[in-house]
Design a protein around this ligand. Structure first.
Ligand SMILES: [Zn+2]
Length: 309
């Protein structure tokens, strides 16, 4: 971590959750069951909201350390944090929701105006808050924690929002940021240590991941357009052009993407020229695949049994 900083610094960038990437890849190559398709839509919507949140948060100009997408564990219990912002005198804990439509709070229940109850995000936030408090205590850090529940979608409304609550509604986002930016903050080594401690505890493999079963033989083979998900047919002058969205991609980039998606779906299998040739349904000659793999991955093994990592 750099010592000199002007204001905020992102110490952990947000990346697309692996579960989401896998489901998006599978969707193109097999028929998803309704529950998996629903899970995919929920994940896509959630991720879209978090990206929107990150964009809004670039307005934050107070000296701080930002950690996105943390998955932590305390006493055997996992919890997820969308964004954690370390400032001089406190930790801001952000839970981001991308719901749209009209909702209301019925006592302890969170409902749509039609009366359908959904999981109360306030409960989720207070759970994360108390588990994080516990973890900080275990680590020996004493710093106040301020939880926020951000509804980022401009089409969201909460009728009768309680006055004292961690809720930030879409029409309050600007004022909330102004208020945050009016505080002064000077970070020290102690804050850096806290960020490092939390980062080191981040769990990479989510135990919540719900991915359906699949096997190589039954997945549809071929090359998929990155922009629209359509299968690409053939290339000319080293470029594939998508028939559906007309986006273009160099064959080298197509091979790299295909190899990466194969690695993601089949981490236990080796990437070889022959496997990849089958994976992309023979759209690119083995000679080209081998050349691209050689220059972008590291080759292991000998001659005919060469594989790439
Ligand atoms: Zn396309």
């Amino acid at each position: 971590m750099k010592e000199e900083r002007k204001w905020n610094m992102i110490v952990k960038e947000r990346t697309k959750p692996e579960e989401l990437v896998i489901l998006q890849t599978l969707k193109a190559r097999m028929e998803l069951e309704e529950k998996d398709a629903q899970n995919l839509r929920t994940l896509e919507k959630g991720y879209e909201g978090e990206v929107h949140f990150d964009h809004w948060f670039t307005n934050h100009i107070v000296e701080s350390l930002i950690i996105n997408d943390l998955l932590l564990e305390v006493n055997g219990t996992h919890f997820q944090i969308d964004s954690l912002v370390i400032t001089q005198d406190r930790l801001h804990l952000f839970e981001v929701k991308n719901l749209e439509g009209d909702y209301y709070l019925d006592g302890d229940k969170f409902k749509t105006v039609a009366g359908t109850e959904i999981k109360n995000p306030l409960h989720q936030l207070s759970r994360a808050e108390s588990l994080l408090k516990q973890l900080l205590k275990n680590l020996g850090f004493y710093i106040p924690l301020e939880p926020h529940l951000v509804f980022i979608n401009p089409e969201f409304a909460l009728l009768q929002t309680p006055l004292k609550s961690p809720i930030i509604l879409p029409n309050q986002l600007n004022r909330f940021m102004d208020k945050m930016n009016r505080t002064t903050s000077k970070l020290t080594n102690k804050h850096t240590k806290l960020a490092e401690a939390l980062l080191s505890l981040h769990i990479k493999k989510s135990p919540f991941s719900r991915v359906p079963g699949y096997d190589f033989d039954r997945l549809r083979k071929g090359v998929i357009c990155e922009a629209c998900g359509e299968f690409l047919e053939s290339y000319s002058r080293n470029k594939f052009i998508c028939r559906q969205c007309e986006s273009q991609e160099h064959i080298e980039s197509v091979v790299i993407r295909a190899a990466k998606s194969f690695q993601l779906l089949f981490p236990e299998r080796k990437v070889t020229t022959a496997t990849l040739y089958e994976w992309i349904d023979a759209r690119i000659p083995p000679k080209t695949i081998r050349r691209v793999l050689k220059s972008n991955f590291s080759a292991k093994g000998e001659c005919s049994s060469t594989y790439y990592e």
